[in-house]
Write a protein that binds this ligand. Sequence first.
Ligand SMILES: C[S@@+](CC[C@H](N)C(=O)[O-])C[C@H]1O[C@@H](n2cnc3c(N)ncnc32)[C@H](O)[C@@H]1O
Length: 346
Amino acid sequence: MSQATLTRTAKLFEESFGLWLTELMDRTGHESADEFHEEFVASHQPVLLTETLHQLLLQEGGVYVDGTTGEGGHSQAILQAEPQVKAVLGIDRDSRSLERAQSRLSGFGGRFLPAPGNYADMAELAEDRGINQVDGILLDLGFSSRQVESPGYGLSFQMDEPLDMRYDPNGDLTADEIVNTYDERNLGGLIRRYGEEPRGMSIARALIKERPVETTGQLASIIGRVLGRRLGQRVNPATRTFQALRIAVNDELTNVEQGLYAAVGLLAEGGRLAVISYHSLEDRIVKSFFNREAATCVCPPGLPVCVCGQTPRIKIINRRVIKPSDDEVQSNPRSRSAKLRVVQRI
Ligand SMILES: C[S@@+](CC[C@H](N)C(=O)[O-])C[C@H]1O[C@@H](n2cnc3c(N)ncnc32)[C@H](O)[C@@H]1O
């Protein structure tokens, strides 16, 4: 590990946890900085960590929801932070990730409450554990690098795997079913809408002609043949179609909308909701939901007097999205597209 990376790591952890790297290595039983970096930083680097913790206004004895726990990067930071919170309810649809989080956070005992499930159901998941209100909620949307890099998910064109793409291994819909059974209009429309891929219809036509399409590699190569690859193009041409299928399989946009609604309902007065999104479709939903819920009037334009009786439930904390620093983007390129929006329950 270069000296610059080590210094960045040490700074990140000091800012986020109030601990020096050496102290943290000591506590986690890691002898070399390289080993520590590999396990705790490179593969689990939580995005916008310092900014998120700062925005959540953690309270002594407060209860927090991490709606997208993944392997527990943000949850761990919340549990380690000062002032000391009482508990974090850690939700994730992916039981495989949540199990890793659970073993990683076992040192926090009952302060980490794992809750396998959909964050759209956070009110019920909280209630099942005797929690009716919480002091802050984080949603770090989408998927983790581990999910893309691990075998079994079928999320990546870097590995040739069966077409799956489910975060929840028990989910009903797979990418295989979409690619191999949807008609041209529905398949093409889905790729256009969720992938923002202008050539969605041509891709759908080619996929239908080549059915059965069984693996991620086969899918990527058909898309590659349809779109070609421009000289110097760095992004794989299949990226947009993979995004579209992933969003559809996991019903991601509906969950974002319902999750935001549930979160505002669960927050105590003064509690904050922080949402990190990674692409414009998600961010648009978050932005317009926040604007709608923060509005003092939602009457159609042109009415002489307000008749809607709207009472805003939240206030917007940052109108301009918070983005990762250059340093963060350099050490974790995946953070490049992250946007953090924060609101407070009133
Ligand atoms: C960006 S990762 C979160 C990483 C995590 N903040 C960390 O620091 O380790 C997003 C996680 O959200 C999960 N997820 C996606 N949609 C979900 C949903 N509707 N309900 C619960 N979890 C979901 C994914 O399985 C994934 O683990």
